[in-house]
Ligand binder design. Sequence first.
Ligand SMILES: [Zn+2]
Ligand SMILES: [Zn+2]
Length: 371
Amino acid sequence: MSGKKLILHALGTSGGPVDTKTQGFLFQFDNNFFMIDGGTGLSAIAELFKKQSLKESKIDNISYLYSDFSGNNEEIIAVKSSISKFTSENLSIFELNESNFSSNFKGKNVIEKSMDLYSKIQKNFVTHPHFDHISELIINLPVLYGTGYANLKKTIYGSSICNQYIQEHVLNDKTWPNLVNETASSMYSPEIKFGEIHTNQQLEVIPGIDIIRMNLNHGECQIENKTCIVQSSCYILLDKRNKHLHLIFGDCEWDEVNFPLLIGKTHDLIKNSKYKLKTMLIECSSINDEKVTELYGHMNPNMLCKTLDEFAHILDKEEKVNLCISHIKQTITLEDPRQVILHQMKDTMKKKNLNVYFELSVLINGLSYQL
Ligand SMILES: [Zn+2]
Ligand SMILES: [Zn+2]
């Protein structure tokens, strides 16, 4: 396997409400795998085995929603044109082929190969328990039972409250079977469990990669007549071999407590442990829109640029950070909101001089990137 750098398979990058590949990121380092969020899972893993030519001849599934019906303009917006529109030169697309990818998995057809890859994902970190971040993770779990595969393991990691909500409200034998089986009775029964990762806790995910979870705010909600903060997470990935640092965000808004702590932690890792911030994979759910003031705990280009401004203080201009936008919500408009957000971000970044620090891309469902 290529193996030199961390590879992100962007299985799902959408923020809904159209359920077309919501947030699920598969990471690969050498031949080891783990996931952050699970809005998308096996369905998109299967698509990784498609030949490149097949991928590129196809319209990307968000572009399809905004393709024009009205008349003679039957232009097919192929994946290739989405790549050139949404991907900065600084971010390399990792092209999967038979020799660098497919041949590494056992199986005679796509589902067998997909299952072989899936069985290697033994850790799935969840940023927060909203459906668009866990739906396919949960729906896929039954595949671990009764396949005849031996020693299947899956640990769902998250904050204690995140794990508690999934266990009590989803895997409760009411909404979905309680598939948690912490002690496998034989080598053919799977071991599915929860793992708690506290805020600021660092643990090794796979050889060469450590992870740290930091708290974030994701708006407010009412639970039993009390106003509560919706808790989300940012996962800091440390590539110890390359001394690269990647920030992978769950849904979030700027706040005056948790965000400064995250920036402080990142600064500490850059300054004292000599890591280089390579990637900020962050949400920008909504377009800037004068009519809409409520963001429901999410970012729009204005809020995101305010946040980037705070990060800029800890960065030097030597090497730009890849700013990867995900979780864009579909609007019922003629224009693709990814296009609108790209323009609005570019404008504001230029005004605030942020483009000396960040290189902007919008992630595309189903593509693989070398971070
Ligand atoms: Zn959310
Ligand atoms: Zn979300």
